[in-house]
Ligand binder design. Structure first.
Ligand SMILES: *Cc1c(COP(=O)(O)O)cnc(C)c1O
Length: 400
């Protein structure tokens, strides 16, 4: 299969055509290769292919044509040279750390990152001698001050979940470069349709493809995109040996997902902005957090760094005590008939959560307070329904 990329095409063309390879049947839509291994014409051919496993298909833990097509397409969309796909977003994080670090090394991470990523840094990597310092993503000085001689990685997620705080990707890139650290950006919440961190100085973009890349809440997967040397010489040997490889079936779902990514991301953002504006005008809402709103403290940075506001927003209801706040927040959730009460993001269907008692429930009350996740806070990942219907659904609990 020859899936050569033509990087001079625009984003939309790339999304539907990059990475496509065809078998001897010349199928139009990419084929799904559900096979664990591949055959050879002779002992000599088998020997040759095993010695060049990254360029040939031998065994699907190493490489698979459907997975390769997805990797090539995502790499092209992120503006990266190469991509390795993984079984989940978390296994992408596992792989980038295992590929580049060893005992004694140090990570500096934004403190406003995905809960399981915090768990990975504090409970798993720490047992293997890799320490992590968590810093305020908004304050570049905090990053500068956390640098140690053994710092090997900077880890950022922007906008943050659930408060949509932005980390200035370009500013932090300069600090990471000066420190000689690998700069990894988790681009799950934006996708390359909204934000392209490699163009702003990141070394590696990490994805939970489970979210916007699939876009329809069906399968798990992850990916790492970056320079060919790093991805093929560090990440690939780890993934093919340790085996957090992506299944061909999930890769095929993601390939199809990428074809509609730009359209979906645009509508997610339009809907989210409409819902955010409506919430901002609602007397039962105390505060709204959304990077597409002029009232967002980092609105100017959002306009520079992102093509749109993205799909995730948060808002606070009123309440004099934490108990009252929780009661009011839960009332909004329980009154919905349309929004799904679930934690997924980047789905066609709008989802609503109460972070303090779910995604952020295992943090200590002090850490939660420091992160700004109050009992009054609700998070919405806005889907592709009519924005008016989403607002009406939220209004049931807000007007009660
Ligand atoms: C979901 C998510 C992950 C983890 O991805 P999985 O596919 O669930 O393993 C990591 N980072 C962010 C920002 C996420 O939303």
């Amino acid at each position: 299969m020859d899936n050569t990329l033509k990087l001079e095409y625009g984003f939309d063309t790339t999304a539907v055509r990059a990475g496509t390879g065809r078998s001897q049947f010349n199928e139009h839509s990419e084929a799904l290769f559900l096979t664990s291994s591949f055959c050879f014409a002779s002992a000599a051919e088998m020997a040759e292919r095993f010695s060049n496993a990254e360029r040939h298909y031998t065994y699907s833990r190493f490489t698979n044509p459907t997975v390769s097509m997805f990797q090539d397409r995502l790499a092209a969309l992120e503006g990266g040279e190469a991509c390795i796909a993984t079984a989940s977003g978390m296994s992408a994080i596992l792989s980038v750390v295992m590929a580049s670090m060893q005992a004694g090394d140090h990570i500096i991470s934004s403190r406003a990152i995905f809960g399981s990523t915090v768990g990975m840094f504090t409970q798993i990597f720490s047992r293997f001698g890799i320490a992590t310092t968590f810093v305020d993503p908004v304050n570049p000085d905090a990053w500068r001050q956390a640098v140690r001689p053994e710092t090997k990685m900077f880890f950022v997620e922007t906008p943050s979940n659930p408060l949509t705080e932005l980390c200035d990707i370009e500013t932090i890139a300069a600090i990471a470069k000066a420190a000689g650290a690998l700069y990894v950006v988790d681009n799950t919440f934006c996708s390359p349709a909204v934000q392209q961190p490699l163009k702003l100085g990141a070394d590696v973009v990490m994805h939970s493809a489970t979210k916007l890349v699939d876009g329809q809440g069906r399968v798990l997967g992850g990916a790492l995109v970056g320079k060919r040397e790093f991805i093929m010489e560090k990440v690939f040997p780890f993934v093919r040996t340790a085996g957090p490889s992506l299944s061909a079936f999930n890769a095929w779902i993601f390939l199809k997902g990428l074809e509609t990514l730009a359209l979906r991301a645009e509508r997610h953002s339009q809907n989210a902005l409409q819902v955010a504006r409506w919430l901002e005008g609602n007397a039962a809402v105390k505060r709204v957090f959304y990077p597409g709103l002029e009232s967002h403290p980092q609105y100017e940075l959002a306009r520079r760094q992102q093509h749109s506001g993205g799909s995730v927003l948060a808002f606070e209801v009123f309440g004099n005590t934490p108990d009252q706040q929780r009661e009011n927040a839960w009332r909004v959730i329980d009154a919905t008939k349309l929004c799904s009460i679930t934690a997924n993001v980047g789905d066609t269907r709008t989802t609503i959560t109460h972070p303090a008692t779910t995604t952020h429930g295992r943090m200590t009350p002090e850490a939660r307070a420091q992160a700004g996740v109050t009992e009054a806070l609700l998070r919405i990942a806005v889907g592709l329904e009519d924005a008016r219907d989403i607002c009406e659904d939220l209004n049931r609990g807000l007007s009660a």
